[in-house]
Design a protein around this ligand. Structure first.
Ligand code: HEC
Length: 163
């Protein structure tokens, strides 16, 4: 391939970045989007609804250390004991292809959002009885706020466009 064709391809690649809504159908063919820069993360954080816009992402990262033994969060990351969490916001619970969920999560019948995740993380076993996520829960609401904001910023969540 000649040099100018390469440049055109590179430009096309760049042009397709930043259009978060495409993550669903196109994900299998499109190359992984580059991780957001610190400035982009700060902008995403500021755009989150209260109280998540006040979150401390460094604390969120520390809290997420409790999840890392079972979950990856990168795009296309492997399932471990628990499913990969990239794109979890807006995803129907229990539907990541290739992961073997419990019936409780498979039949939960909702789409993950911050409120659902907050209840789940407070106590997974009472929120969805019969889940196989053996995690005691995060009792502190500030820790839950921070880890949810951290996940929003790190797992490819894009805020709905403002009118
Ligand atoms: C000991 C391993 C383990 C730990 C620690 C753990 N999880 Fe999980 N997680 C699982 C398993 C297993 C499932 C699947 C549950 C099922 O099918 O019942 C799961 C499911 C989930 C789901 C549902 C995903 C989906 O696709 O519907 C979310 C969200 C989640 N975990 C978030 C977290 C977060 C955030 C933390 C840390 C605060 C955490 N988990 C800690 C094992 C774990």
């Amino acid at each position: 391939m000649n040099r100018s064709a390469l440049i055109v391809l590179a430009a096309l690649g760049l042009a397709s970045c930043g259009q978060g809504e495409e993550s669903g159908a196109a994900a299998s063919t499109a190359p992984p989007r580059p991780a957001p820069t610190p400035a982009e993360k700060a902008a995403l954080l500021a755009a989150l609804p209260a109280p998540y816009d006040q979150a401390d992402l460094d604390n969120g990262r520390r809290v997420f250390a409790r999840c890392r033994s079972c979950h990856t969060i990168t795009e296309g990351g492997p399932n471990m004991t628990g499913p990969n969490l990239h794109g979890v916001f807006g995803r129907q619970a229990g539907t990541l292809p290739g992961y073997n969920y419990s019936t409780a999560v498979k039949e939960a019948g909702f789409v993950w959002d911050a409120g659902r995740l907050d209840h789940w993380l407070e106590n997974p076993r009472t929120f969805l009885k019969g889940t196989k996520m053996s995690f005691a829960g995060i009792p502190d609401p500030t820790d839950r706020r921070d880890v949810i904001a951290f996940l929003k910023v790190e797992t490819g969540y894009t805020p709905p466009a403002r009118p």
